[in-house]
Design a protein around this ligand. Structure first.
Ligand SMILES: [Zn+2]
Length: 492
């Protein structure tokens, strides 16, 4: 069974097969570790997880490389504002990223590559570009890619670049200009900024050069598949292609896969709109990790996904049905033998499921036959018509389903516990849903945290907040007693 994916480069559905006949070599742009990941980011990583898992399920070996951008404009700015080194600043968010992937059961790529650990490779690539006449040094010591040296620029995004100004430059890592500019490969050191002393001068890499250098380091000059969020098509991926192909004169990546971003309640997610959610926000609101995973993968990657809380509730219910069903199958006792109709239903469900995924990873259509089989099997069990041989056949289908969807095993309580532990440490327990705390049981440490937050609020004469905390604790059965020795609390 061969997966076909929509290839942004060709505009067609292309078969995804390893060029070397053995291992599919793929690169996916990873996170910039300057903050907690939001659900739009995780939709991309989850859809890549679907890709990985389906390829493995159908017998393809993988070498999947993902970069960690641990130096860029935003990181330098935020680290300076926090008064710490970029290494200290990014370590915290890199860990959060990996913890979040684990919570969402996203498999780790075979290679994770940090930008700051590959500076010599980037410098080497800039030197090769300069030798090829595709890079030049500006007066301030920064290096730029010369767009005029790569006439194919724009071939991925299909942008009309006729308005391109020769020699105009941009040194931002992220920009959305429609007309292209010579972009920064290497930025000369500014006072106080993190920099590296190299053969092309003291400075730091631009964002785009990272991916070209690291992709070629681990996958060679030409590889099978390159993936990322749709917002990376221009300019990031266009720039990666220009940097790489100007040196190698070989096709950088054969297939380009782009995951569409999501809307929240029909609107673009943004902090100012108040509809911006990290994974941790949702866990603290009481939603289960498995439901978030299922909701974010159930709409195929090439479709816009409209995130809603009703959608999460639907996913929660769907998982409950699946888990209950599997439990019923495993624990039930069934007569020996087979039920022909159920055997056929199981066979067909599996075939339809695999065919839907092979067709551009259509997760929505892949889900449908599984739930149809569940209904048919439940009815058969109610009527005593499901036999032991059917149970085994259906369990095989569920196993294949879960090899990609991975929601059957219940790790939700543990994921929620970790989120609460984090909120406690970060002083964000007030964001946790009351229902969730009641469900998880308010720990002594959580109560202590709220009590000290209340004392601080009183000291700062923020009596409204202090009262709010007292009320909140009272609702959860915790009584406060102010005394001259401080605040005592007890559970009712
Ligand atoms: Zn990239």
């Amino acid at each position: 069974m061969t997966l076909r994916l929509f290839n942004t480069m060709t505009g067609e559905m292309d078969p995804v097969t390893p060029a070397d006949g053995e291992t599919l070599r793929m690169y996916a742009c990873g996170p910039t570790v300057y903050d907690y990941g939001h659900i739009g980011n995780f939709r991309t990583f989850l859809q890549l997880d679907v890709l990985r898992r389906f390829l493995k399920l159908t017998g393809t070996k993988l070498r999947h490389v993902m970069n960690i951008t641990d130096v860029d404009d935003k990181i330098i700015r935020n680290a300076a504002a926090a008064g710490v080194s970029i290494g200290e600043y990014t370590a915290r968010f890199e860990k959060a990223f990996f913890d979040d992937l684990e919570t969402l059961r996203v498999e780790r790529p075979e290679v994770m590559a940090r930008a700051t650990e590959h500076i010599p490779r980037m410098v080497e690539l800039v030197q090769k570009l300069a030798a090829a006449g595709a890079a030049y040094q500006a007066e301030d010591g920064s290096w730029y890619f010369r767009l005029a040296a790569f006439p194919e620029y724009g071939k991925l995004s299909k942008k009309d670049l006729s308005g391109m100004e020769d020699g105009a430059r941009v040194d931002l890592d992220e920009y959305e200009k429609d007309s292209a500019r010579d972009f920064a490969l290497w930025k000369a050191a500014k006072p106080g900024e993190t920099s590296w002393d190299t053969a092309i001068g003291r400075g730091r890499p631009g964002w785009h050069i990272e991916c070209s250098a690291m992709a070629m380091e681990y996958l060679g000059e030409s590889f099978d598949l390159h993936a990322g969020g749709e917002d990376l098509i221009f300019p990031h991926h266009e720039n990666e292609i220009a940097q790489s192909e100007s040196v190698t004169h070989k096709e950088f990546a054969r297939i380009w896969m782009h995951v569409r971003f999501l809307l929240v309640d029909g609107r673009k997610m943004s902090k100012s709109e108040g509809n911006f959610f990290t994974l941790r926000d949702l866990l603290l609101k009481g939603y289960k990790a498995s439901a978030i995973r299922l909701a974010l993968i159930s709409v195929p990657y090439r479709h816009q996904y409209n995130f809603t809380f009703e959608g999460l509730a639907e996913a929660t219910a769907a998982i409950e049905r699946l888990r209950t069903f599997r439990e019923r199958l495993i624990s039930g006792s069934f007569a020996d033998g087979l039920n022909e109709a159920l055997q056929e239903a199981a066979w067909n469900a599996r075939a339809e499921y695999l065919a839907a995924l092979a067709d551009d990873l259509n997760t929505a259509e892949a889900r449908a036959p599984i739930f149809e089989l569940l209904r048919a099997a439940n009815t058969a069990m109610d009527q005593g018509e499901l036999k032991a041989g059917d149970r085994d056949a259906i369990l095989v289908v569920l196993k294949d389903f879960d090899a990609v969807f991975d929601v059957l095993e219940d790790g939700d309580a543990e994921a929620t516990r970790r989120a609460l532990e984090w909120a406690e440490k970060e002083g964000r327990m007030s964001e946790a849903a009351a229902e969730l705390l009641a469900r998880q049981g308010l720990t002594d440490a959580a109560i202590e945290a709220l009590v000290s937050e209340r004392s601080l609020a009183k000291k700062q004469r923020n009596f409204a907040r202090a009262d709010e905390i007292r009320k909140e604790l009272a609702e959860k059965g915790v009584v406060l007693e102010d005394s001259k020795d401080g605040v005592r609390w007890k559970r009712k």
